[in-house]
Design a protein around this ligand. Sequence first.
Ligand code: ADP
Length: 396
Amino acid sequence: MLILVLNAGSSSLKYQLINVQTAEVKASGLCERIGIDGVMKHEIAEHRKLQIDHPMPTHKEAIEFMLDILTHDDTQVIANIDEIAAVGHRVVHGGEYFNKSILINANVVKKIEELVPLAPLHNPAHILGIKICQELLPGKPNVAVFDTAFHQTMPEENYLYAVPHEDYTEHHLRKYGFHGTSHYYVSDQAIQMLDKKESKVIVCHLGNGSSICAVKDGKSIDTTMGLTPLEGLVMGTRSGDIDAGVIPYLMDKKGMDSNQMINYLNKKSGILGVSGISSDLREVIKAAKDGDHRSKICIEMMCNRIKKYICSYIGILGGVDAICFTAGIGENADLIREKSCANLEFLGIELDKKKNKKRESGNREINKDNSPVKIYVIPTNEEYVIAQDTYNLVKG
Ligand code: ADP
């Protein structure tokens, strides 16, 4: 069964066409600059790559163009769109309404719309994607898979902020957490590798956006991102945790309003702000090796923050069986893994530096053979989870 997985952003659209039984990705692609000029990058299973400039004034033209490419004589991914059984949509915010994936109907769309104030950049684009698919693929089921759903098992004491309780009851102020589909996939893989019924796993999803999740017996019990994806780790352009007193102080000093301030912490801070070089960690690692002081400090800050959360989650979990690294940085940056695990031997966390440096694909173990705690590198696969959830909901 072929499932189309869509991730509609404000000016972009990522897609994969997945055979859910074999896990084969038949085609994947990215439409960028929607509403500006439009560029599509498309890759077919046999690694044929296309890059096409095509006007995409709105998401509708982008989705129409994607369907054209999939069914085009030259690409021959599918003969016609009827071969697509269903569409799985990544939706960033499901609030407290959704603790699992759901078949989309008018009521589900209404609830995703209600949550726009909590995800003003993402949820409107997801709604557009859903409505256009309903129009262009009539009769095909659509499923929503939420980034927040996996974290709905967090206990109250971990999701509430220490502010007056009415802010939660009246304004829905709480920690929601994000990257849930990735944390679910990686922790599930780790639990299979551990082959343990009762398990304590910590997942470090380190990409442009980064978060850590404490997973007990397969359930999220705490995570570093909060009401918004700004909280927690030092990220590509986000500051992560910061004293709230910084906000009025900097607004006053720099003459910024609240929108400018939040933009500053989301888009100009983190790795980019500290290094002053780039939000791309590869460039910062290179600069640090060439002796750049700010880049060196930036790497230390990132790894100390990761280490702080690993240790605090060991406390919350009451121990740990496995620490997992995933996403662009987690899967590729051996330096960050090494520094984040350094000096944690007293907790049973013993990294094997040689295994850590090896460049291998797939799930792998990078701890010393007799390390009490396993350390895994597990490539994330959010699209496969979306395809699977979609299949499970539509197969009946
Ligand atoms: P996104 O959150 O946008 O999905 P990714 O998971 O693709 O991000 O991660 C992007 C980050 O991964 C960037 O900071 C990039 O520099 C980093 N990265 C990718 N490959 C490497 C590598 N070999 N070494 C260090 N960092 C890497």
